[in-house]
Design a binder for this molecule. Structure first.
Ligand SMILES: *Cc1c(COP(=O)(O)O)cnc(C)c1O
Length: 375
């Protein structure tokens, strides 16, 4: 008999989600607006602090797209984007007719290298292509060196969009990721630390930016009794049903962060006397939600052996994100590269990290790692 599948990261409901969804049905707020949407936005704002404003949207990708529009990115512009990430960080740049320019990682957090960022800004500016925005990602929940990146962005006066899709609950010196940049985005897709089945949010510094984003997200309707449009709009707003799931999930965000961090500690113990190592470590003042626990193996061959051994036991694991500058679809895009993301992609593996992993799941995973020849 085939063993039950252990997923990399699966939805983990708390039970109260259904209460909010039920309320939506009972009051007939079955639309992309209503009390759950407002309540969910407020829950996130309160959790993030820093007096941010939050707009609930249909996905994290939609939030990135609207953040780029708010930053003024349009046809022919250049946008600097972390190379080591999921394609959704970069795709919206092309929706705006702009060109992504990829920036490699630094070894401490695996996120955007501040040195390469500055090099790229100087180089592109010399060529008359000063970048219009910067997209930095907090990969796997580990915050990027955001203070350094903000300082560089301010020096050259370029807006920063923080892709915090994977890092809800992570912070640097107590300040939540997503609240440093001019704009931030969150994702509530099915595999994220909390989920609404599908959804996202845009974080802004002003109510005006939030309202402008909601205007675009609801088909850009001008004030008029009939349908009147003077701008192109989108259908990007979050539904009140989905937001009900989000409200239930926000009740347990702190527990979810704790559970993910416990997984990381578990793996750290498991790999202690093996050639594997859990990484990256948290720099001083950094706190990661450990959305996914990631390990480094000695070589590509070891990584593949381990991945296949886990798969044979019906345990899902996955190589780290393949850098964007190596993706066929972005092969023509300029890139500033130091080799770090390529090495991580070769040797790194994401391990099952759900907040709903059971002791039995952990036992099965541990057995494979112990049993397997790892060199
Ligand atoms: C999931 C994710 C997104 C996209 O979010 P969706 O809600 O799936 O559109 C963007 N960036 C990163 C880094 C992600 O992991």
């Amino acid at each position: 008999m085939k063993k039950e599948k252990i997923w990399l990261s699966s939805p983990h409901m708390n039970g109260n989600e259904q209460k909010y969804v039920q309320e939506a049905f009972e009051t007939n707020w079955v639309a992309p607006l209503g009390p759950n949407v407002n309540g969910f936005e407020k829950d996130i704002q309160d959790y993030l602090g820093q007096d941010v404003h939050v707009a609930a949207l249909s996905s994290g990708t939609a939030a990135l797209h609207l953040a780029l529009k708010l930053a003024g990115v349009s046809q022919g512009d250049f946008v600097l984007c972390q190379s080591m990430t999921f394609a959704a960080s970069a795709n919206p740049i092309t929706y705006q007719g702009a060109t992504p320019v990829f920036i490699d990682s630094e070894p401490d957090t695996w996120n955007m290298s501040p040195e390469l960022l500055e090099e790229a800004i100087i180089d592109l500016s010399k060529k008359g292509k000063k970048p219009k925005a910067i997209i930095v990602v907090h990969l796997y929940g580990m915050p990027a060196k955001i203070n350094e990146i903000m300082a560089i962005a301010q020096k050259y006066d370029i807006p920063v969009i923080e892709d915090a899709a994977e890092s809800l609950g992570s912070h640097v010196n107590g300040q939540m990721t997503g609240t440093f940049g001019d704009y931030g985005i969150l994702s509530f897709n099915g595999n994220k630390i909390i989920t609404t089945s599908g959804g996202g949010a845009l974080i802004t510094k002003t109510e005006e930016d939030k309202q402008k984003a909601i205007f675009w997200a609801t088909q850009a309707r001008d004030q008029a009794p009939h349908y009147q449009h003077s701008e192109i709009g989108y259908n990007y707003r979050m539904s009140n049903i989905v937001a009900g799931i989000g409200r239930g999930q926000m009740e347990v965000i702190q527990e979810r962060v704790k559970a993910r961090r416990k997984n990381f500690e578990f793996y750290k113990e498991v790999v202690k006397n093996t050639p594997l190592k859990v990484a990256p470590q948290e720099p001083e003042g950094f706190f990661s939600n450990r959305w996914l626990t990631t390990i480094l193996t000695p070589s590509f061959e070891t990584r593949e052996k381990l991945r296949l051994a886990l798969a044979a036991e019906n345990i899902e694991s996955r190589p780290l994100w393949k850098p964007m500058h190596l993706q066929p679809v972005f092969k023509a895009a300029p890139a500033y590269i130091n080799g770090i993301s390529e090495e991580l992609f070769e040797k790194g593996l994401c391990l099952p990290s759900g907040s709903n992993l059971t002791d039995e799941d952990r036992f099965r995973i541990k057995k494979v790692i112990f049993k397997h020849p790892l060199t």
